[in-house]
Every structure is written in structure tokens, then in C-alpha cells.
Design a protein around this ligand. Sequence first.
Ligand code: 5AD
Ligand code: SF4
Length: 474
Amino acid sequence: MLTENLTEAERQYYYMEQCRQWVEKQVKELGRPLTASVVTFGCQMNARDSEKLTGILEKIGYEMIDSENADFVIYNTCTVRENANLRVYGRLGQMKQIKKKNPSMLIALCGCMMQEPEVVEKLKKSYRHVDLIFGTHNIFKFAELIYRRLTENQMVIDIWKDTEQIVEDLPNDRKYAFKTGVNIMYGCNNFCSYCIVPYVRGRERSRQPEDIIREIENAVADGVVEVMLLGQNVNSYGKNLETPVSFAELLRRICRIPGLLRIRFMTSHPKDLSDELIQVMAEEPKICRHLHLPLQSGSTKILQKMNRKYTKEDYLLLVDKLRAACPDISLTTDIIVGFPGETEEDFLETMDVVRKVGYDSAYTFIYSKRTGTPAAVMENQVSEAEVKDRFNRLLEEVQTIASRVCSRHEGTVQEVLVEEINRQDKRLVTGRLSNNTVVHFEGDVSMIGKLIPVRLTSCKNFYYMGEPENFTKN
Ligand code: 5AD
Ligand code: SF4
């Protein structure tokens, strides 16, 4: 069949069908289903990409399982810190033995780590048991690449440096029936000096608002009530569209979708957070009372070296504005400790912001040197002992503050979106408040995906135990 005149999505459906026929044949020969497992590292972006990979695998006829003892194992990798890379190499080492026992097994690697040429060189040399390698820009080609691997019978590598292309309307499989991530943009143009993301995810590209709305409407028709809008820097959404649309305007349009109950988004860069956005957040009850606002450092000197384009004072002012407009908003953040040149005084500035803001939670990271980024060649890399000491002090402060901040709603009644039956105690259900705090309370499976009013009876550091209002025990 000639695939030249088809749209990209149509081409990919053609390859899905070819692969499906192959899988069907295998299933008949083996007399059992073919299984696949997608192992995800890293951020929400990767989690969403994995749902797309899973959707394609299901279409092809694989049965998805949660174990790496599968016929097809896909590692969706992260490279934001070196640790993430080391974990992948570790897993691949183990897979060598497993594959020896099941030689027809397939192993694929994709995601951010594959966009680094040294990684692919290393894989080609030392990890010959890998079957398929692709990157962040061409996951939509997954079926075509599997087909190539099946027909060529050798390691297939397809990495693109960058792309303008956004392929719509491919299958995807949602992990939860009632909530989903929705990409609104891809890539990042900020080049924070420590960060490898702009090199591995390419330049900013926004999806058309109509495509985003259509995707959400379809998801709502399928039972989704909460969406998480995803982008590396959602506040610069739409700036490069032919007809520019601001992120605040996109949010307004999404709020009008009937049946959608909650809207979350991440990540927001403080430098681009507009007054218009703050206003929309204050006006629209569907937008959740939570903002993830990465600080990275509280020292203006370090922020400048990080190329963050705001000062300590700018950040604190922004927090004041947000709190004035949405008094009950929860703030969370990312902080890096041990950036090159960070002195004790710089670190104390970070501690000062942590105390002043009072975060509901903070992800704290030890600076990790990423080859190719400007920070990797900066002088005065901080000694390991100093970094560890600062990291521990920061973590303790963050946790103490978080447990105090988290308890501020104790005794009140709030709506909880129920997500699942509690994993430890089957009589309980687990859900989230609008501000993202986890709540456990007595309930049953019929509550999943529903908003239930719950009295928050006691706060346990970072989560609540509650009682549903109007709850009558028999
Ligand atoms: N070292 C440590 N942390 C990093 N992050 C990004 N790059 C690095 C790095 N080289 C952190 C930032 C970012 C989060 C996703 O990961 O805090 O917000
Ligand atoms: Fe990395 Fe900065 Fe872009 Fe975030 S905004 S992905 S930290 S370069």
C-alpha cells in the first residue's frame, strides 16, 4: 500500500493494522496473549506520553501488564538529573538476563534520555539487546517503528533533533477514567542554565485551541471530570500561534466546557505569570486552588546565574498578588540546592522564601550537572558535603512548614474528587481537594470520579482523614 497521500495519523493507523496482524499471528502460534509493559520515568509529560504509547500498543493487540516480564517492554526515560539515567542503565542490565530466557522479547527505549547523542552511542555499543530507540519528537510514529523492527529484524533507531509537527487524533489510553492530562504545548524556550529540557524537548510549540478543546470535550463525553493541562511553561502558551491566544484565554474557553468539573495545569514559570491569569484563577471556580510555581532558588544572584529572569522580590510580590486574588490557594514549588556558586548566604535566602511563602509542599533537588548546559562548566561547583547538609536542612524546614500549612482547613467541609479505593484499607476511599491535598474517608466504589462534600476531621501532616457530610451509618 502507498502511504504517501495519507495524513500522518492515517499512515500510523495503517502501520497499527500491519502490526496487529503480526500480533494476531503470534497469539495463534503461541496459544496465549502477547503482553506489553510501559515503564515511565520522570514528569507528567512523560506519563502522558506513556498513555499514548499504551493506546497504540492496545490497538495493535497487546495485553498491557504491570511487569517487566512481558513480551514487549518500553522504557519511557527521563534525563533531567543524572540519577534518572543511571536507573535506566541499571534496569537494562537486568533485562539482558531476562531476554536471554525469552529471545523473542522486544525492548524499546524512548523519551528525553534518547535525545542525547552520547546515550544512543552507548546503547549501540553496550546494550545490543535493545530493539528499538526513538525520541521525544516522534512518539506518534511508534507503530511504524515497531513495524520496521519486525520487518528489518535489527535494532531500529529513529531520533529527530527537533520538529514543528504536532500529530492529532492518535489512540491513547487513560490511566484513570475520570481524569486525564492534556498537552497544550510541547518544548521549552527558556534555557535555564542548569536544565537539559530545552535540548531534549526542543522549541516551544502550542497546540491549536480548537484541538485542545475538542480533545477535552471528547474526554468529558467518556466520563472525564478533571483535566491537567500540561506544558513545560504553560504561561507562554499560544504566543507563537498564527492567531495568538493567551493561556488565560484558553483557560476561560476550557471552563465553558459543560460537564468538566476541575481544571489543573503545570508548570508555570514565575516570569510569565500574567495578571490576566491571576484574574481568571480568581473568577473561575473550576480552576483548582493550587499553583505549582517553581522557585529554584531564593537568591537573586543565583537566580540570575540560573537564567530565571526574576528576582527574589519579584517572586515574593507575585505570591502576594496570588494570595490577594485567591486567599485559599495552595502553593507548591521546586527548589535546587547546590547550584554552582551557591554560598551559605544564598542558601539562607532560599530558606527565607520557603518560610515567607509557606508552601504546601516542595520538591527539593540536589543540583545535578548535565553535560551541554551552561551551568555544567560554571566555576565553584559546591562540595558534596555542603550540598547534603543544606539539602537536609531545607527538607526539614519544608516538611515542618508543610504539615502546619496543610492543617489550615481542618474542621471545614470541602469537596473531594474521589480517585480510588484506599490501597491499605478497603473500607476507605482516597481523593483530592481542589488544592490537591489527599483525603481518605469511609466510602465505596460508587463514589469514584464524583465530587463528595467531606468534613476534614484531622490532618496527618500532609493528608486528611475525613467524614462525608450527610453520611448516615446503618
Ligand atoms: N539538577 C537538579 N534539578 C534539576 N531540575 C531541572 N534540572 C535540574 C538539574 N540539572 C529540577 C528543577 C525543575 C524540576 C522539574 O527539576 O527544579 O523545576
Ligand atoms: Fe527547564 Fe527552565 Fe524550561 Fe523548566 S522552564 S523546562 S527548568 S529550561
